[in-house]
Design a protein around this ligand. Structure first.
Ligand code: SF4
Ligand code: SF4
Ligand code: FES
Length: 368
């Protein structure tokens, strides 16, 4: 058994026990749901990540059992470790909500918000933050900074205008590939991801920068503008690859593979591979070159949050309930029953929605 002591921490009135050294963010993720603060720059598999974006700010209303004084300022939960007896407020703190709205306003100062044409739309954490905390107008009176799009080799495009300078791609290139050639050049509003990234593109694992980018700044040129993610269906698949774990998510439409990515967990972070026990980074060959279904062994539907737009409209295995209304109501008669079929063609009872050949319905998952 580990000798690490367990600390009790209460986050939004929910108490969990975590090993000493755990950050508030990781403790909050154990609680899960909305209690976990958003994190745009922290990325568990990347050492040294976090502390840049301030989206994960929380209020520490009690420092610890020994020193119960509250922390005067909001703290970055991804960089602050828990103390025994600590009490933290995230969604229960007006200060935090107010500060987060301010952070989102800053992140969007120069951001184009061109979600309708952005490949990241539908799986973009900034889009979610903008929806939850953003305001409909801007107070910014200056011209937004813009950049030319940049082709980074034959696979990746950098659209610096959308970059939020989270440094994740820099850490990925430094830690996952063996030759980091890029970084953030300059500071303040001149800061940008340096174009020396081109040089690191020869590396077999550089495609992972696309997966870690929380916005649509780094995009896969083999998928760019080909489809919207919510029209595709993610399935887990694997292959015998001599470079990486070969465990991927295929993004399919019908039987066509549109995109290949690493497998991600509910926080958008690349999962640990059960095969290697390490982070499941995938190589460029698997990501960009294997777009034929015959090159993969499909394992099943990918886990997608039920709140995600990607999960919408994909019900090929829908089981229809056989229960009648009187059975549901324990034999009682409904007091008012509205017949929506008379006003809505869409709900005509003879239409079996699972039979409709929707855009994301693959024959692999059709009912036997
Ligand atoms: S990066 Fe996200 S918020 Fe920005 S344009 Fe793309 S989808 Fe919209
Ligand atoms: S390109 Fe993406 S991953 Fe890299 S710093 Fe910008 S937002 Fe972060
Ligand atoms: S996730 Fe904590 S500062 Fe960015």
């Amino acid at each position: 058994m580990s000798d690490t002591p367990l600390f009790k921490v209460t986050i939004d009135n929910i108490t969990v026990e975590v090993p000493a050294g755990t950050t508030i963010l990781q403790a909050a993720r154990q609680v899960g749901g909305d209690v976990a603060p958003p994190a745009m720059c922290f990325y568990t598999p990347l050492e040294g990540s976090g502390g840049k974006c301030r989206t994960c700010l929380v209020e520490v209303s009690k420092g610890s059992e020994k020193d119960p004084r509250p922390m005067p300022k909001l703290v970055a939960s991804c960089r602050t470790t828990v103390m025994d007896g600590m009490e933290v407020k995230n969604i229960t703190s007006d200060r935090v909500q107010d500060a987060r709205a301010g952070v989102v306003e800053f992140l969007l100062l120069n951001h184009p918000l061109d979600c309708p044409i952005c490949d990241q739309a539908g799986e973009c954490h900034l889009q979610d933050l903008g929806y939850e905390h953003g305001s409909s107008g801007t107070r910014y009176e200056f011209q937004r900074r813009t950049f030319e799009k940049h082709d980074l080799g034959k696979y990746i495009q950098l659209h610096m205008t959308r970059c939020i300078l989270c440094y994740r791609c820099v850490f990925t290139a430094a830690q996952v590939t063996n030759s980091r050639e890029h970084g953030v050049l300059d500071r303040g509003d001149h800061a940008q991801i340096a174009t020396y990234i081109e040089k690191s593109l020869e590396n077999d694992f550089i495609g992972n920068v696309i997966d870690v980018c929380p916005v649509g700044a780094l995009t896969d040129k083999t998928f760019r503008f080909k489809n919207r993610v919510w029209f595709t269906k993610p399935v887990y698949a694997s292959c015998d690859c001599d470079k990486c774990c070969g465990e991927v998510t295929l993004w399919m439409r019908g039987d066509e593979v549109f995109r290949v990515t690493a497998r991600k967990d509910e926080w958008g972070e690349i999962k640990t591979s059960p095969k290697t026990g390490k982070t499941g980074w995938i190589c460029n060959d698997c990501r960009f070159e294997k777009k034929k279904l015959s090159q993969w062994k499909v394992e099943g539907l990918a886990d997608i949050s039920r709140h995600s737009v990607i999960g919408q409209g994909k019900y090929p295995l829908l089981e229809k309930s056989n229960e009648t209304i009187s059975k549901v109501l324990d034999g009682r008669k409904p007091r008012l029953l509205m017949d929506i079929h008379s006003v809505s063609e869409v709900n005509r009872p003879e239409i079996d929605l699972s039979e409709i050949n929707g855009p994301a319905t693959s024959s692999i998952f059709k009912k036997q």
